[in-house]
Design a protein around this ligand. Structure first.
Ligand SMILES: [Zn+2]
Length: 267
């Protein structure tokens, strides 16, 4: 069974230049949700999906997942009402270090009070504390990003957090082990591929929406017109990663660094 897991960032008519390439308008987002309904899709949170795959719960005939990364305020103000109007749910991955703050482009991020409000509507997951490329960090820093984020988020919203999303989608076996040991039961990467019930718990494939995707692209994905997730990455991605590791050894990568990322891999 294929499972489209859609990945959104900002849903806004007025994004900063920083996030504009990864922003969809509220009108486009509403059309995507209507396309899910037209395709006979049923939305689940990531943890609901993984529980059903493990046999704890029932998988609907056509599961579709809506996820958001980073925690832009418009997830609550623009996207959540459109989801609620259609009785749909979503999973929102929060970068705890920018809660109550702004993005590097100045976009407002969710406050803790807003996060608690959002937690009542769908699932909140963790997206690290400072949005670093985890696979390039020393182990102690990876642990801080993964473990501290879970603790801060759970303390802040007053409920347990079960799922993680790798910043920029980047992980490696060491990072995935830390995520598992921290007590998360699933983790999302990017891959721009459809997920399926055989996806590994700590490597769920997602399809990232950008400003240039059309309604037809989304309808195609919902019909299954996209690659299906593979446990391994493409060679091109591996080459990029090797270079990136080398670079990060010499020049510390600031939080949210996205300059130089290949198209389709940020933020
Ligand atoms: Zn992110």
């Amino acid at each position: 069974m294929i499972i489209p897991i859609l990945l959104y960032h900002a849903v806004s008519d007025a994004p900063s230049r920083f996030i504009a390439p990864f922003t969809v308008s509220p009108a486009a987002f509403a059309r995507h949700l209507d396309a899910i309904t037209e395709a006979g899709g049923t939305t689940l949170t990531v943890s609901q999906l993984r529980a059903a795959v493990r046999g704890d719960g029932t998988l609907p005939p056509r599961p579709v997942l809506v996820t958001f990364d980073d925690g832009f305020r418009d997830t609550l103000t623009a996207a959540a009402p459109l989801l609620a109007a259609r009785d749909m749910t979503a999973t929102v991955y929060v970068t705890t270090g920018v809660a109550d703050g702004v993005s590097p482009g100045g976009d407002p991020m969710l406050s803790w009070a807003e996060l608690r409000e959002l937690g009542a509507i769908g699932e909140l997951g963790a997206h690290s504390h400072t949005h670093r490329e985890l696979d390039t960090l020393p182990l102690a820093d990876v642990r801080r990003e993964v473990v501290d984020c879970k603790r801060r988020l759970e303390d802040g919203i007053g409920r347990p957090v079960h799922s993680f999303a790798y910043p920029f989608g980047y992980s490696d076996p060491r990072v995935r082990r830390v995520v598992a040991e921290a007590g998360y039961s699933s983790a999302c990467s990017v891959k721009n591929a459809l997920s399926c019930v055989d996806d590994p718990d700590y490597g769920l494939s997602r399809l990232m929406l950008t400003a240039t995707h059309t309604d037809a692209d989304v309808r195609g994905w919902l019909r299954g017109a996209a690659p299906i997730g593979q446990p391994d990455e493409r060679l091109r991605t591996r080459g990029w990663r090797a270079w990136r590791r080398l670079r990060s050894r010499w020049r510390p990568v600031p939080p949210w660094a996205a300059v130089g990322s290949p198209a389709g891999e940020m933020p």
